[in-house]
Design a protein around this ligand. Sequence first.
Ligand SMILES: Nc1ncnc2c1ncn2[C@@H]1O[C@H](COP(=O)(O)OP(=O)(O)OP(=O)(O)O)[C@@H](O)[C@H]1O
Length: 325
Amino acid sequence: MTYWTPLHSKLHQTLRCGRSLLPPGAKILVAVSGGQDSLCLGKLLLDLSSKWNWQIAIAHCDHQWSTDVGIAERVSSVARSWQLPYYLKVANMLDETEAAARKWRYQALVEIAREREFPYIVTGHTKSDRAETFLYNLIRGAGADGLAALSWKRLLTDEIALVRPILNIYRYETLEFCQQFDLPIWHDVVNENNKYARNRIRKDLIPYLQDNFNPQVENSLAQTAELLKADVEYLEEKAQQLLQTARSSNKLNRSELRNAPLAIQRRAIRQFLPLVMSKQPNFGQIEAVVGLVTAPNKSRTSSLPGGAIAEVAGEWIVFKNLSGE
Ligand SMILES: Nc1ncnc2c1ncn2[C@@H]1O[C@H](COP(=O)(O)OP(=O)(O)OP(=O)(O)O)[C@@H](O)[C@H]1O
């Protein structure tokens, strides 16, 4: 019989509370790195699976880095002991950077989910991760969208959702849980390296804030992120509506934009720009176009990535390619 802990109850409650994160009968691919958070998540989902009638499998992504030796086999043996299917992707000559690893990992997980028809990929991101991501993005400069990062659920493709079911559980809780069940936690040495800003936030900044400002700072930051998430969703929807009325092929109507609040203008322009640019727009590029909403006729931006420029033509901002296309 499964020993039921407060974390089991917490997850069960979270899933029942109406966010429709993981419905009964779902096919769920659990991304397990071998660290404490994803092992805890895997065990919790395994124990809850009979109540929810889920089909679960474990996925691991092997970066083939020198620091990762042996971890794929360990995750594989955990999957075996849980009697769950195990799927492995192995990288080929991956750059040793966090960003490259993350990008490859999500691609690899989506590939497995596609091949094996899993509509849900779940990761072990915790409340502590959310607080750290909040600070990381705040320090680098972010709008509400960046601060609200790490949501409970988002679509990776039309058919595959990424779900983070333990976003209200702290990292110290996942550690206690793993110890209680004697799960073989793998300690990633990269997490100890102070070269990475994220590690310094976790090891130095958060404890400093806890000791000197607010013992509950992780909770407070995660709560702010949660509040902002709802604001962002609302504002994005309003911006989408504005874009529908203001856009006519590659033009934006200035009087429609002018009638909207600045926050919505910015978002509508940010939603539109990727259609005429080769990259995601940065703050400066969005502001340059926002400036054209009230600028004199014939004003223009400098060339945007991909070669297009935006120019005022009466009541319109027109996006055109200088090469004449
Ligand atoms: N090598 C891996 N194989 C499978 N899943 C992984 C692997 N590494 C990370 N994950 C999944 O991602 C979760 C978050 O891990 P981690 O915080 O190291 O990633 P991250 O790249 O910082 O994530 P994010 O950028 O989304 O915050 C883990 O709990 C686990 O579910």
